[in-house]
Design a protein around this ligand. Structure first.
Ligand code: PMP
Length: 336
């Protein structure tokens, strides 16, 4: 068979394999599959969002040749935007809370983003990274010779659209329609909304779940309508107290609140016994898939997202001192 070839880097985004997750499948009696989004060229599921937003802005004419793309991000969307901008002749300006992992900050620097680190504050604070990105895009649009756009991943539904036409459609085709449930956590809600729309269009009774980390408000929102959360999670890129325009497009049947203590052992076990070093949001997603599997019962097929790779969080997720400071159990092997 002839291997497919790509004309340029954006052609490498998407068409990721579905990986059989052995231990959690055995544990639940279900088939639990993870979409290997860490294989995207920027290393995360957010490459799709970055490409979807750029292609949409090009089509609408708001992003001009040589233009600047500004975004507020936990890091991965910034990484995707920066690499695609490099490939297509744009410039990227990335606003990010400095609380995010050192590794993601170093990657953004390496890839050539114009990086603006800001204090981590609540959304109601005008200095929150999302508001800072909006203001910066407005002012750069006045001064940059080719203009600037704000990518606006939280409310820009080009995000949901790309997941509907690619991620969701791929999952449907890869499972041959033999899928009973899909579950993932929410950052912008683009993945959950897009995949849920694609799957429900093919199979209206597929069960869609949200796996919500502690400190996020969405478990309560989908359970009792209250946008309220307690606790905290070390998983980056997920957990919000907003109902974004992307999330509004999702149809959610089941909501689960997942603690880090419940989720992290799954990625520790997967690293040591299945050979993949996954990130924190993948841990929440896999724990969510286990909960959904228990709800549906043995024999079902459940898909989740393996969002990014764990080496991007080495100094946190696999650092016993950091874990212990957070009150989380660290496996003995992290001390070697
Ligand atoms: N996992 C990681 C590591 C992420 O960076 C993000 C996006 N911020 C997500 C999950 C959530 O994806 P979405 O924005 O589509 O909800």
């Amino acid at each position: 068979m002839l291997l497919p070839s790509a004309k340029s880097m954006p052609d490498l985004i998407g068409n990721t394999p579905l990986l059989h997750l052995k231990q959690v499948s055995e544990l639940t009696g279900c088939t639990i599959l993870g979409k290997a989004e860490f294989l995207n060229p920027g290393g995360s599921v957010k490459d799709r969002t970055a490409l979807g937003i750029i292609r949409d802005a090009e089509k609408k004419g708001t992003l001009k040749p040589g233009g600047t793309i500004v975004e507020g991000t936990a890091g991965n969307t910034g990484i995707g935007l920066t690499l695609i901008a490099n490939a297509l002749g744009y410039r990227s300006v990335v606003v990010m809370p400095h609380s995010q992992s050192r590794e993601k900050i170093e990657l953004l620097d390496l890839y050539g983003a114009d990086l603006r680190l800001v204090t981590a504050t609540s959304y109601s604070d005008p200095n929150h990274y999302i508001h800072t990105a909006r203001r910066l895009a407005e002012s750069l649009n006045e001064t940059e010779p080719n203009g600037a756009i704000w990518a606006r991943q939280f409310d820009n539904v080009a995000n949901c659209d790309i997941h509907e036409t690619t991620t969701g459609q791929e999952i449907w085709e890869q499972t041959g329609g033999s899928i009973d449930g899909f579950i993932c956590a929410v950052g912008t809600g683009g993945t959950l909304a897009g995949v849920s729309r694609a799957l429900k269009a093919h199979k209206p009774d597929v069960t869609i779940g949200i796996a919500d980390p502690m400190g996020s408000s969405l478990y309560n929102y989908f359970t009792n309508g209250e946008l309220r959360g307690e606790g905290r999670s070390i998983a980056e890129g997920i957990g919000i107290s907003l109902v974004t325009d992307n999330l509004r497009r999702a149809s959610v049947d089941e909501a689960f609140e997942i603690s880090d203590a419940e989720a992290l052992p799954y990625i520790f076990d997967i690293l040591r016994h299945e050979g993949l070093c996954l990130g924190g949001s993948s841990a929440i997603n896999i724990a969510g898939a286990v909960r959904l599997a228990r709800k549906l019962g043995p024999g079902h097929t459940i898909v989740t997202i393996l969002c990014d790779y764990g080496d991007r969080y080495k100094s946190k997720l696999f650092n016993p001192v950091f874990l212990e400071n957070m009150g989380l159990p660290a496996p003995d092997w992290t001390r070697n």
